[in-house]
Design a binder for this molecule. Sequence first.
Ligand code: SF4
Length: 257
Amino acid sequence: MSLKPARRAGYLEALGIDVWVPRSNRGLGASARVQVLAPEPAPALELSDGSSIAAAAQSQPVAATGADDWASLQAEVRTCTRCILHRGRTQAVFGSGDLEARWMVVGEAPGAEEDRQGEPFVGNAGQLLNAMLAAIGLPRPSVFVANMVKCRPPENRDPKPAELASCRPYLERQVRLLQPTLILVVGRIAAQALLATDAPVARLRGQLHRVGGLNTPAIVTYHPAYLLRTPADKRKAWEDLKFARRTFDELAATAST
Ligand code: SF4
């Protein structure tokens, strides 16, 4: 899928950044839509070691584990009480998108509106995320979007380390089921938790990391909510998105040879 130049320019204008022309449109998004998870009411990683993109691509198709499946996982999350965050939720926010997506977006935690709607990244931050994805040729439904923790922290505070640790197995199972070509990690909390580091986003962006048991390639950028508060960094986010697009194309091309 490719965006017409005028439409892409519109998205970029919405982001407040200048126009970029992608060098290739190959491998955009998922080619087949098997199922798009609807939000359900109520209820688990660095190429900074200098490894090559080709090696990352060849490491992707790792065997799935046991008898795990999306329905069982979603049911477990819906009724999960592993951490204290279950007490204040309206519903767990499992994640949504294409279950055959080649791109995965991982954020921090549901906010008030996500808790109410049961879907990640809605509201203004969600709209900006959608525009960011569209700017690199990715309609929101073609990616799978999830958070590090599935239940809303009270007063929108940062998830605590114990809460992140309790919920991480769900994200890891989502990654194992999806086996995305690339994960776009948005924001400090998700990046630090996934990469087990306390480095700021400014030091984590601009490089290819690997995350989880499958060594899934991952790229870090700013959270859309941060970009709404700090529009001056939108240009850096745009550089990250272009880097992610180029990297994805190279990974997909290497995997297909
Ligand atoms: Fe369970 Fe995760 Fe919700 Fe905690 S945040 S109750 S671990 S689903």
